[in-house]
Design a protein around this ligand. Structure first.
Ligand code: MG
Length: 257
């Protein structure tokens, strides 16, 4: 078996941490507005997390293969930036109609949850609204497939089906993952794949499911900063993510409000 089975005590901590993270991300999302600088959103998120006695899990986290630790408390990615934007370095001033992706992690008493939302500042273009809504729909479809006895490929296939149906680019080079004791754990959950394939889902596993869709091709590249993924064709992207607990029945969303 690939992945960690959490104890009831660990699950209780993940549940509390997830709730706190959902709150911090939602409050930060409320601050997204035209003229706001992304580093201001980073500072606000960090302050909310620390006020609860927790730590921003992504600050100083060094993924395998990265040349340096992540230098911000939350990933903020705007428009053609897909994920892992650094608000404290490549600060952006939010403009009317921008798609702003907030992806945060919280370490609550040692245990980590991961959650992302996409919001549009000011007046949204209809295609951007459809992209944001469709990506969220794919997340919910993936969550529905995340049940004990299923496999990671069932989640992948459910996410992919929504992307194909709606005609969006499905970012296949990045995906979901186990979470809880580390920011990234096994199993890896691709955003495209075949039902019935991949790693077995077992009750007690905690997974971050995170579809990313684009308005163009699905290809992405990493920017000079070593972290920010952007679409190769420069089209806009959306990203949604929940941390879920696998059970015998429908999964429990740990990062719901
Ligand atoms: Mg994640």
């Amino acid at each position: 078996m690939v992945g960690t089975i959490n104890t009831p005590d660990e699950i209780a901590l993940l549940r509390e941490g997830g709730k706190r993270l959902a709150h911090a991300v939602a409050e930060t999302a409320k601050k997204v507005a035209v003229g706001v600088k992304t580093h201001e959103l980073n500072d606000y998120f960090e302050q909310l997390v620390r006020a609860g006695g927790d730590e921003p899990a992504f600050l100083n986290y060094q993924p395998r293969g990265a040349k340096r630790p992540f230098p911000a408390s939350i990933c903020i990615s705007v428009n053609e930036e897909v994920v892992h934007g650094i608000p404290t370095e490549n600060t952006r001033v939010i403009k009317d109609g921008d798609i702003v992706k907030l992806d945060g992690g919280v370490r609550h008493r040692g245990l980590i949850t991961d959650h992302a939302v996409s919001v549009i500042a000011g007046n949204a273009q209809p295609e951007d609204e459809a992209l944001v809504r469709g990506t969220r729909q794919a997340l919910m479809a993936g969550i529905q497939a995340a049940r004990g006895g299923n496999r990671t490929g069932d989640i992948s296939a459910a996410v992919e089906a929504v992307g194909v149906e709606l005609g969006f680019g499905i970012v296949f080079e990045l995906g979901g993952h186990g979470v809880g004791h580390h920011v990234h754990e096994e199993p890896y959950i691709p955003n495209v794949g075949d039902a019935g394939t991949g790693d077995l889902l077992v009750p007690g596993m905690v997974l971050a499911i995170e579809p990313m869709f684009t308005l163009g091709t699905p290809k992405v590249r990493v920017k000079f900063d070593g972290y920010t993924y952007v679409t190769k064709d420069g089209t806009r992207a959306a990203h949604w993510e929940h941390t879920v607990l696998i059970t015998d029945k429908a999964p429990e969303i740990l990062t719901a409000l």
